[in-house]
Design a protein around this ligand. Structure first.
Ligand SMILES: CC(=O)N[C@H]1[C@@H](O[C@@H]2[C@H](O)[C@H](O)[C@@H](O)[C@H](O)[C@H]2O)O[C@H](CO)[C@@H](O)[C@@H]1O
Ligand SMILES: [Zn+2]
Length: 286
C-alpha cells in the first residue's frame, strides 16, 4: 500500500470525470492509490445520442447498465483501477432531479437510510484506509438529491470508520474535502463562454452552470493541467450524458461549459490546510 491513498464518493457515473477527472488522473499517474465509489448507476439520466434513447427509464430502463460501461471506460482513461458501487451495483437507484417522480421510488438513493449507507461506506473506508476522502458540499454542488445524499453519507462514514465502538479496525481518514467551484472562477468562465459557446448554448449567468462556492470557503487548488487530455477522454466516455467539442462540453441541457484541468476543493475536516501565496493549498495530501 502506498502512503497516498485517495477515495472519492460520487453520486452518478459522469460526476467523477466532470468535477474531479483531472485530479484523479494526476494522482493515479503519480502512483497514489485512487478508489472511486459511485452511489448509483445513473438510471434516470437523460440521453443525448438519439440512437440510445431506447435505454431510458421510460422505455427499456437499461441506461444504468449502459452507464456502468461508460464508467469503466472513463476509469481506464484516468488510470483509476479501483472502482466500487456503494452497496454493490444497483443497490441504490438514481433518484432523478429534485422533485422528479423517481424521488418516490423506495429503491432510490434519496430515500436510502443514511446511517445504513454510511455503514457500508465506512466498511469500504476501513478496507481502503484512505488519507484523503473527497465528496460534495452539503448542497451537493447544485442541489441534486443524490449529490446531497452522497455528502451526508460520506460525512457520516468518515466519522463511523474512526469509531472504536464499531466492530473491526478503526480508520481515521486524515482529511475530508468537498468539490468546489469558486464563484470568481465560474464568473470568469461564463464571461468567456458568452462570447464563445462553440456549438452549445451560452450560459446567461453562472447560475445556469452551478450556484458556485464562495471564494472564501475554497481551500485547495489542484493544477492537473498535465492530465487535461485524460479528463477529456474520461468525459467523452460518458457519451449518453456529455457532449465534448474541443475545450468545451455540455450536458444534456446543451449549456456550454469549459473543461477545466485546475480543480478546486473546500476542506471539511482534518488539519488546517497550509495555504500558498495565492491562498490555496495545492496538494490534497499536504
Ligand atoms: C452531472 C450530473 O449530476 N448529472 C446527473 C443529472 O443529469 C442532469 C439532469 O438530467 C437534468 O435534467 C439535465 O437538464 C442535465 O443536463 C443533466 O446533466 O441528473 C440525472 C438524473 O438524476 C443523472 O442521471 C445525471 O448523472
Ligand atoms: Zn451527478
Amino acid at each position: 500500500m502506498t502512503d497516498r491513498r485517495l477515495l472519492l464518493v460520487h453520486a452518478h457515473p459522469d460526476d467523477e470525470s466532470i468535477v474531479t477527472g483531472a485530479t484523479m488522473a494526476k494522482y493515479a499517474a503519480e502512483g497514489a492509490e485512487v478508489t472511486l465509489v459511485t452511489c448509483t448507476r445513473g438510471e434516470e439520466g437523460e440521453i443525448i445520442p438519439p440512437e440510445l434513447a431506447h435505454l431510458g427509464s421510460d422505455r427499456d430502463d437499461t441506461l444504468g447498465e449502459h452507464r456502468v460501461g461508460e464508467l469503466d471506460k472513463a476509469c481506464l482513461a484516468m488510470g483509476v483501477r479501483d472502482h466500487r458501487f456503494l452497496g454493490g451495483p444497483g443497490r441504490y437507484r438514481d433518484s432523478g432531479m429534485m422533485g422528479a417522480a423517481a424521488n418516490e421510488r423506495p429503491d432510490c438513493f434519496w430515500r436510502a437510510d443514511v446511517e445504513e449507507a454510511a455503514h457500508l461506506l465506512a466498511q469500504l473506508i476501513r478496507e481502503v484506509r484512505p488519507h484523503v476522502v473527497v465528496t460534495y458540499d452539503d448542497n451537493g454542488g447544485y442541489g441534486h438529491p443524490d449529490h446531497i445524499q452522497a455528502h451526508r453519507v460520506a460525512v457520516s462514514a468518515f466519522q463511523k470508520a474512526a469509531e472504536r465502538a464499531l466492530p473491526g479496525t478503526p480508520w481515521q481518514t486524515r482529511k475530508l474535502y468537498a468539490v468546489a467551484q469558486p464563484g470568481s472562477v465560474l464568473e470568469e468562465s461564463v464571461e468567456r463562454l458568452r462570447s464563445g459557446p462553440g456549438p452549445f448554448r451560452a450560459p446567461a449567468t453562472a447560475a445556469d452552470i452551478a450556484p458556485g462556492t464562495p471564494d472564501r470557503l475554497v481551500t485547495s487548488r489542484v493544477d492537473a493541467s498535465a492530465h487535461w487530455a485524460a479528463k477529456v477522454l474520461a468525459m467523452r466516455a460518458h457519451a449518453t450524458q456529455i457532449s465534448v467539442d474541443g475545450e468545451l462540453f455540455a450536458l444534456s441541457n446543451g449549456i456550454a461549459q469549459e473543461i477545466q484541468a485546475v480543480e478546486y476543493f473546500s476542506q471539511i475536516a482534518g488539519p488546517a490546510a497550509r495555504r500558498g501565496p495565492n491562498g490555496h493549498e495545492t496538494d490534497l495530501f499536504a
